[in-house]
Write a protein that binds this ligand. Structure first.
Ligand code: DGL
Length: 270
């Protein structure tokens, strides 16, 4: 296991996980981060569980080779169907996925126990959110909806306006028209970018849960418990992508909330 000075490895199928990285950087301001976006093989959300698990293990191995002290699976799809395979592969290294913290946040937010989850097809098929929520709150009712088109909208920066509103309404309009859930989990890294549009469609009384903050808190807790948190010194960021550093930097900047220099994105092969 890497020591205090080793970086934290974060990976996603692409750039959406940069929203999780932003939360991690806030919660852990002295850490060194190494982010890997498997942009060449995005989306994971439409692929089979076996393929996603294989890709996730390859991404994890690439980060382990860089000597990371902890791994954050900042992709709901990979965390949903690939977490066990990743844990098995990396031995004792702490591995945090976004599903458990998201389920925890949903259970904390709900009053009625009626929870909806929107995610990619593969995440919904894997059922990990439902299992994680029911493990904490067995009386909950969980509705899972695949909403794959929202990934494309977020990638295009089409996060508000009539097209985004129409697509969000297509997925969520009927569910929230009558007897709605009181909590909606954004079970995909790309969906927080659409949160204001989603809010406009579901109304003001629904709790919208984004797992980024609870994931960052879980990582902080694990590092402190293991005695490997870096608590002084300046932060650093390193980016790797399997395709298109230019696009990674351009689109990724919106998800990270700060600009990314394409020349600082290393192109790698998995
Ligand atoms: N990162 C994926 C997730 O959170 C969304 C994009 C994809 O389908 O690869 O599920």
């Amino acid at each position: 296991m890497g020591g205090v000075e080793a970086p934290i490895g974060v990976f996603d199928s692409g750039i959406g996980g940069l929203s999780v990285l932003a939360a991690l950087m806030q919660a852990l301001p002295h850490e060194r981060f190494m982010y890997l976006g498997d942009t060449a093989r995005l989306p994971y959300g439409t692929k089979s569980a076996q393929t996603v698990a294989r890709y996730a293990v390859q991404a994890a191995e690439a980060l382990v080779r860089q000597g990371v002290k902890c791994l954050v699976v900042a992709c709901n799809t990979a965390a949903s169907v690939g977490l066990d395979a990743v844990r098995l592969r990396v031995g004792g290294l702490p591995v945090v996925g976004v599903i458990e913290p998201g389920a925890q946040a949903a259970c904390a937010a709900t009053t009625t126990g009626h929870i909806a989850v929107i995610a990619t097809e593969a995440t919904v098929r894997g059922g990990a959110y439902e299992r994680a929520i029911l493990a904490r709150r067995p009386d909950a009712t969980v509705r899972q909806l695949p909403a794959q088109l929202l990934v494309a909208l977020a990638e295009e920066g089409l996060v508000d306006g009539p097209v985004a509103e129409a697509v969000v309404t297509y997925y969520l309009g009927a569910l929230f028209a009558q007897d709605p859930p009181d909590t909606l989990v954004l079970g995909c890294t790309h969906f927080p970018a659409l949160a204001p549009t989603i809010r406009a469609v579901v109304g003001p009384n629904i709790s919208i849960v984004d797992s980024a903050l609870t994931t960052a808190a879980a990582v902080r807790e694990q590092l402190l418990a293991a005695g490997i948190a870096r608590t002084a010194g300046s932060a650093s960021l390193q980016f790797m992508a399997t395709d298109g550093p230019e696009r990674f930097a351009r689109v990724g900047s919106h998800f990270l909330g700060r600009s990314i220099d394409a020349r600082r994105v290393e192109l790698i092969d998995l």
